[in-house]
Ligand binder design. Structure first.
Ligand SMILES: Nc1ncnc2c1ncn2[C@@H]1O[C@H](COP(=O)(O)OP(=O)(O)O)[C@@H](O)[C@H]1O
Ligand SMILES: [Mg+2]
Length: 470
């Protein structure tokens, strides 16, 4: 049985009831890497897909995939779709290929990309795009085919992993969908995790390709009462009685995320896991679903709310310094609230980074926090984020998606950066709708659900963020 690795790197809980998925993964890794007995066969790739609603355990399987692939000596290219980064063209592709390029010199980049350099280098973020022309998406896709095929051969065997594919930017997803059809002919295994109900229609072929690879998308199923009992026992302490565990299963429906969060709450509140206490479980599970989450955040105080909102606006992987800047908090106060937010299982250390970056404990938490930001304040926060990102020297590309969330008509700073002449903001991969189209685009995005009163005094007028003078 696989054991899931915690964010601290130590072994935590067993991964339960995923034997079928893991044995399919092992089979495909063997096809890709060979059986290890020295017999040389034809190495084949393919596509493996883990599908399920939020909390069903896709990321846990993806993390295990990465671990097993590395253990077999594979080169792993890893990316994650981000709910806040869907507007940024080729965002996912950049995550996949940048670590490979980062190890090489600019001369080597030119050598690797050859005649594709001018088309692909801006899309993957190696150079800023020049002038006003958007890259030709088909040209970029052809170039990426060529580059990743080269990677597949040069760094063979390669495992390309995309988690939260439903949030991948459309440009990356279109490329991956077309490229995946060829993966069987190459020593490259593609593994994707996604929420089936949210996968864009254009990614439909991914499902068919997975079927052709003989694995069909694995629809992850809820945990059984027996598995729920094991999680509760593991987290709360042995001795949880059967009636109590059965009720844990009933209120969570066996969703692993909810089972784990419920167990953490039971432990935190010191509730004895016995039948006499089952009546408390309904209240606890309500607090775990997103409305309860917003209240939990508000109880931590205004500074914590500001920090969490700033982090939600900044996106998938967040620098704590940047979040503190956007939230307007000093270093000491930021460190304090960060401890609180970690303790409340709202923020956690980022998975891939050792640079102290943060992520939300789960994408469900990130979505709930983002949705809770009042609309006008969210616009202002995106303005502050754009300015902070530019000030931090992270480049105009990183700022571009925040500018897209603003209402730029009367704002010189935004118009100057997004209007003509187009600045290097239009660099790698940013989609560039005409400025007049932005308010409509913004209107299509999910907007505020609640407006927590505790922070209303903090609300700044829209677009009045502290920006450098034009
Ligand atoms: N098979 C499993 N057995 C036990 N716990 C699991 C299992 N799958 C996931 N979990 C736990 O459930 C939580 C949510 O899982 P996650 O992989 O993030 O879900 P998803 O990516 O589908 O939203 C995590 O804490 C994870 O450790
Ligand atoms: Mg996930």
């Amino acid at each position: 049985m696989a054991e899931m690795i915690g964010r601290s790197g130590r072994v935590r809980r067993p991964m339960l009831e995923r034997e079928t998925e893991l044995s399919a993964l092992d089979g495909m890794l063997t096809d890709l890497c060979g059986s290890g007995d020295g017999a040389e066969g034809v190495r084949t790739g393919g596509l493996l897909a883990f599908a399920g609603p939020p909390g069903m355990g896709k990321t846990a399987l993806i993390t295990e995939t990465r671990r097993r692939a590395i253990a077999r000596g594979c080169t792993v290219l890893l990316a994650r779709g981000g709910e806040q980064e869907q507007e940024v063209a080729f965002h996912v592709v950049r995550q996949l290929v940048q670590p490979v390029f980062a190890a090489e010199s600019p001369e080597e980049h030119r050598r690797i990309l050859g005649t594709w350099y001018d088309i692909v280098a801006p899309a993957v973020g190696l150079v800023a795009a020049e002038g006003d022309a958007s890259p030709d998406p088909q040209g970029v896709r052809d170039g990426l085919d060529w580059v990743v095929t080269r990677f597949a051969v040069h760094f063979s065997p390669v495992v390309l992993i995309l988690d939260d594919a439903h949030w991948a930017d459309p440009e990356s997803l279109a490329w991956l969908t077309a490229f995946a059809a060829r993966a069987e002919e190459l020593p490259i295994l593609i593994v994707v995790g996604y929420r089936p109900d949210e996968l864009p229609a254009g990614a439909g072929p991914l499902r068919r390709i997975a079927e052709r690879s003989g694995s069909r998308p694995f629809e992850l199923t809820p945990l059984t009462p027996t598995a729920v009992q094991r999680v509760v026992n593991h987290m709360v302490g042995e001795g949880a009685d059967e009636a109590f565990c059965r009720e844990c299963w009933a209120v969570t429906g066996g969703n692993p995320y909810e089972v784990v969060e419920l167990s953490a709450k039971i432990r935190e509140r010191g509730i004895k896991p016995q039948q006499a206490n089952v009546s408390q479980l309904r209240e606890l599970i309500t607090a775990i679903k997103d409305s309860g989450l917003v209240e939990r955040l508000e109880r931590l105080g205004t500074a914590a709310v500001r920090f969490a909102w700033a982090a939600a606006v900044l996106g998938t992987e967040v620098s704590p310094t940047l979040a503190a800047n956007v939230a307007g908090l000093g270093a000491v106060q930021a460190a304090d609230v960060l401890d609180q937010l970690r303790g409340a299982r709202i923020l956690a250390p980022a998975r891939k980074s050792d640079n102290g970056n943060l992520r939300f404990f789960h994408p469900l938490v990130a979505s709930a926090v983002y949705q809770a930001i009042p609309g006008a304040l969210r616009v202002a926060l995106h303005g502050q984020a754009a300015a902070a990102v530019v000030d931090a020297g992270l480049g105009a590309t990183a700022a571009a998606r925040h500018l897209l969330e603003m209402h730029p008509e009367h704002d010189d700073w935004v118009v100057q950066r997004c209007g003509r002449p187009r600045p290097s903001t239009s660099g790698p991969g940013r989609r560039t709708p005409p400025a007049a189209a932005w308010p409509a685009r913004c209107a299509n995005r999910p907007r505020s659900r609640t407006a927590p009163g505790s922070c209303s005094s903090w609300a700044a007028p829209p677009c009045s963020a502290s920006r450098p003078p034009p």
